[in-house]
Design a binder for this molecule. Structure first.
Ligand SMILES: [Mg+2]
Length: 245
């Protein structure tokens, strides 16, 4: 086992339960807009939202879509798919409400606080996130994740997103860490795992998000994702990290 000094955590889907917080928010919005959404099956909408959200996030990560467009089109496309005849104003209001409510949701991944408490004092801990700078602080407040981390590195600080080497380099500079003494913990295969690997950091791949995606894929008759690289550690829950730290 390596002696790490620095742990770098992803935020969304790794500590902050993006999926559950999204679900809770959308359920609230379905109530608020029940006249417009009356005939829509929530789970169908939720699945289509995830499909489009993942797609536009990949474009955003690669610099092929700006965040204003991302925030709008994920809902526009999901509404279209489930047969809501939405005008621009409705999509815009829905999207703005979502951005207002979702970051204030408190749910964390199972074991998040337990692992952070366990690691606290043993390691220097930091966040590296591609999430929007204006909402990541709200999420950390709502989920009581403040206080554990020395540096919260946001891609908007340095102009490039994970998996780009530039953000890992920026993180090293900010924290005074070296890649050799650092571990990246994240749920996104490309952004967190391949990004950290290519930068020379060890990686812990939290598979919860991918497991859910695979369940959906299989449900739709597609094959589960396969990877031709083995991360340093693969964990199906955050508490498993304790075995390695
Ligand atoms: Mg993530």
């Amino acid at each position: 086992m390596k002696n790490y000094k620095h742990l770098f955590f992803d935020l969304d889907g790794t500590l902050w339960d993006l999926r559950l917080n999204t679900r809770v928010t959308l359920e609230q919005l379905f109530e608020k807009y029940h006249t417009q959404l009356n005939d829509i099956h929530f789970d169908h909408f939720f699945a289509r939202y995830h499909h489009h959200n993942d797609h536009v996030w990949a474009l955003y990560r690669d610099g092929k879509m700006d965040k204003e467009t991302l925030r709008y089109v994920r809902f526009e496309r999901a509404m279209h798919d489930v047969g809501i005849d939405a005008d621009q104003q409705f999509v815009r209001s829905f999207s703005e409400d979502f951005m207002d409510i979702c970051p204030k949701q408190p749910h964390t991944l199972e074991g998040a606080h337990d692992v952070l408490d366990y690691c606290s004092g043993k390691y220097q801990m930091h966040i590296i996130t591609n999430g929007f700078i204006e909402v990541q602080g709200h999420k950390m407040n709502a989920a009581k994740l403040n206080g554990y981390f020395e540096h919260v590195i946001n891609s908007e600080h340095c102009g490039v997103r994970k998996p780009h080497a530039g953000i890992f380099e920026y993180a090293m500079k900010m924290s005074g860490a070296t890649p050799q003494e650092s571990l990246m913990i994240g749920d996104d295969w490309v952004a967190d795992i391949i990004g950290a690997r290519d930068y020379g950091m060890d990686q812990a791949f939290l598979t919860t998000t991918e497991d859910l995606l695979n369940e959906m894929q299989i449900g739709e008759g597609h094959h589960p994702l396969r990877h031709n690289y083995k991360p340093t550690y693969t964990i199906s829950s955050l508490t498993e990290l304790k075995k390695y730290l």
